[in-house]
Structures are given as structure tokens and as C-alpha cells.
Design a binder for this molecule. Structure first.
Ligand code: SF4
Ligand code: SF4
Length: 130
């Protein structure tokens, strides 16, 4: 017992004067690491509608929707763009890695709690198409 006290008291004194590890979040802004994977973001200018992201997503977050038609070499082709149901996104980064047009990135945004999950549906790519 005495031995335990002998170990505990110096440890308590050391801890009392050491730098705090815990942060006062949410009262103070929280820094995240450089490689943190937060909310997914798309650059609609770069998206070509190839659909690879929808194929590789393991959480079925991405749906390709038809947004119009276009003439290409005397043929009419369908234009598609992705919609992201981000409430199911697990921030794995697979779509980011596989988008060869660099249209996707994971941001450092992590405060994603919402009352209405539909507010996390990202339609930027379809709203952007003229
Ligand atoms: S975000 Fe990238 S992978 Fe997904 S449809 Fe657009 S260009 Fe293709
Ligand atoms: S980060 Fe992962 S889970 Fe989220 S949309 Fe991309 S592939 Fe799907």
C-alpha cells in the first residue's frame, strides 16, 4: 500500500503541472491532423460524369443521374452527374483516389450532425450542368 502511494503522489504532482492534453472543444476550435478525412467535397467544374466514383464507393453513397443529352460524333449521348448521400459516407477516400479528374477531395470538416439527414445530400454536380 505504502509503495503504491509512493508511486501515485509523484505522478499526481507531475500531471498537475504538465501540459493539458484534452481540448476545450467545442468552446475552442479543434485542430485536426494533416491527413484527416472529413466531409467529401466536389469541384463540379472538374467532374466529367464518368461514374467511376459511384462504382467504387463501398457505402453506396453515390448515384449517377441523367442531367441531359449532348451530340457527340453524330450520336446523342446521355450526360450524367453524381449525387452524394453524404449521411452514409464513411470518408474512406476510395472515390477521391479513383477520380482521375481530381474532382473530389476530403475536407477537414467534421461537424456533420444535422437534424435533417437530407441536408447532407450533395447535388452540386447536377446543379452546375447547363
Ligand atoms: S467525381 Fe470524378 S469519378 Fe465521379 S463522376 Fe465526376 S469525374 Fe467521374
Ligand atoms: S469517401 Fe468512401 S464512402 Fe464516402 S463517397 Fe467516397 S467512396 Fe463512398
Amino acid at each position: 500500500m505504502r509503495r503504491k502511494i509512493g508511486i501515485t503522489i509523484p505522478e499526481m504532482i507531475k500531471t498537475a503541472f504538465s501540459t493539458k492534453i484534452t481540448k476545450s472543444y467545442p468552446f475552442k476550435e479543434l485542430d485536426v491532423s494533416e491527413r484527416f478525412r472529413g466531409k467529401l467535397e466536389i469541384d463540379p467544374d472538374k467532374c466529367t460524369g464518368c461514374g467511376v466514383c459511384a462504382i467504387v464507393c463501398p457505402a453506396s453513397v453515390i448515384t449517377m443521374v441523367e442531367v441531359g443529352k449532348r451530340k457527340f460524333r453524330d450520336k446523342e449521348v446521355t450526360i450524367r452527374r453524381p449525387i452524394f448521400n453524404l449521411y452514409n459516407c464513411i470518408s474512406c477516400g476510395q472515390c477521391v483516389d479513383d477520380c482521375r479528374f481530381n474532382a473530389l477531395r476530403l475536407t477537414k470538416e467534421f461537424e456533420l450532425a444535422v437534424f435533417d439527414k437530407n441536408s447532407l445530400v450533395m447535388k452540386k454536380a447536377i446543379e452546375h450542368v447547363e
